[in-house]
Design a protein around this ligand. Sequence first.
Ligand code: C2E
Ligand code: MG
Ligand code: MG
Length: 664
Amino acid sequence: MSRSKERVKLYKKVRNTSLWGSVIMYILLIIMFLAMMLFLAGFVLEYIFETKFAEGYRETQQLAQLYDAGNGDRSITDYINKLDNDFIVKDKSGRVVFQKGKNTCSDNGGEVELSNGKEKYMVYADTETDYIYPDGDGGLDVRFKELVDYISSHENNTRLPIWVETELSGEKTFIAKAYLTVSTRDTVLVIELLAGVFGIVVVIGVITIIKIIRSVINYRRVVKLFYHDPVTMGHNWNWYIRYGDDRIHDLRTRRYSFAVVNLVFRNYRNYCLCHSIADGEKMLARINGVLTGELEKNELCAHATMSNFALLLRCDSEESLKQRLEQLIAKLQGMDSEHNFAFQIGADVVKAQKSENGHYLKRRDMSIENAYNNACSARATLADTEESGVRIFDSGLLEEQRWYDTVHEHQQTALKNEEFVVYYQPKYDPRTNVLKGAEALVRWDSPEFGFVTPGRIIPIFEKNGFITEIDHYMIAHAARDQKMWLDKGYKCVPVSVNVSRAHFVENDLAQQIRDIVDKEQCPHELIEIELTESAFFDDKKAMIKTIKKLREYGFAVSMDDFGAGYSSLNSLKDMPLDVLKLDAGFFRGENEGERGEIVVSEAIKLAKNLKMRTVAEGVEEKAQVDFLAQQGCDMIQGYYFAKPMPREEYVHKMERTDDGGAGE
Ligand code: C2E
Ligand code: MG
Ligand code: MG
């Protein structure tokens, strides 16, 4: 399960326990209570009913017995006629053989059993007041509303008729109108009972509603906490992936292409150092405010971690996205005119997906976390600089990242197996065409990935720190080769080795180099150390100290890539260097022509005045060689003379001391 899904599950768990658990509990409670009260009320009502019914029934029983006993006796018949009760007598075939009063006995009859279970009677509803009738299940039923209306319109005792059947002798049946007498007291009692039930239900209902409202408030609090970012007071990462995933997968928004964006405030740490963490956090809150203010419908912004913000923006095209992100940076920079803040942005575009018949598809395989990871990778390519910038993730970058991981994974084994090989590029004197030196350049001869040039590995080693091991390896191998060639009687020329700026954090660098060279028993003057120009900006004092030490030990030190991007005249003034290597850029493209020549010739003069030798790199044309010779350039390292070559080939470029003949 992905982490985002886990988080959503956790969130749902928190939400459900806080809300639905109590809501369901309260609803069940209220239903239970209601059922209990209704059952109780029903029970009481039934009891009242049965008592009343039993009274009425006994009256009709007595009447039936009287009628039966009288058996046509005149005095008894007269007595019965004077009584209030109506009744009918039916013979075996159901024909009415005697009737007293009005026959309002309906056909709706059924057996009724009293709750004592002993007595069973056949009863019929009255056609005039049809409020009580046998329910067919051994009980009596009531038309409740009509009955209440009826009872309330009769002020005192109300008599509700029902016809009760009694067997007589001679296979006759006696059906008499019995009355359930409902007194005002009974009515009041029933009303009180119902009001009581209603009151209790209302009270419980109110309590339940209060509890539910409290649960909703609690739920909102939990949701807020779960998605709240305490630094910016805005939204956090959990919120971003929850709603970001929704936007990507939702039916309503799947027709949009989105850009998943990682934005970093580069100066956060420094800002916290110079001010305080609280001030730094205030700045993050302001950034969050600006970003949130720039959002449109269906777009999101959240504070992810430290100085990282995550955004989800609509994206119509990569160009418009880039433009918008650059404007966003400008807006953020405009927030504080006193500081020159840098913001770096990486973005990954999640495109809308269409089926063949033009329907927008669910972006099943897309997850906001993956896209954000891509955005971070794109942004990380800018991270070395302290400048603002925007980079959009593409498949090339994915390749780059894979390559980075592959190199990282294999570097140690490759070093152990000596897969890194030294190539030598000779340096010649342009006037005499005599070999004056060489540069040792690394190549990776990998059994798995083939022959890999330094451009594809050095930047990776510089990033992951492995460059220090490579440089030591190269110094050791160059020194070993030099010693071997010396022993074999070659006239060795100095070989320069590149030393990355990453080394300058170690203050015993000069000693380390000396020890490596000494281990190979190679004379120090045969090894030269090349430092790149950019390294001169890191820690000037440490650099000067190391250069002085190296020279004390007898190593020549050169400044590589002079003129490539950085202003370096100032460093030339302070650094006690032996060699200045003019960058290949001087001899390429727009630097060609008269103005380029002026710069080169002045650089050579400057170096000479500072007692430095000069090497021109990247020289490919005869005309360039002639020009450089004329200007007094000491050496040329370029394809015009030779490309970097394996040691077996380079050895032929050297002269031998024994016979004095050319090496080739
Ligand atoms: P660099 O030290 O400035 O080396 C010179 C680069 O320019 C070499 O590229 C070389 O092949 C190339 N070059 C020389 N002449 C010409 C020419 O006429 N035309 C063209 N187009 N190119 C020319 P390479 O060998 O690919 O090395 C590239 C960079 O990799 C080096 O630049 C250096 O910065 C780095 N590097 C190589 N080996 C090592 C190493 O062992 N340690 C460190 N730290 N960096 C290394
Ligand atoms: Mg170099
Ligand atoms: Mg160079």
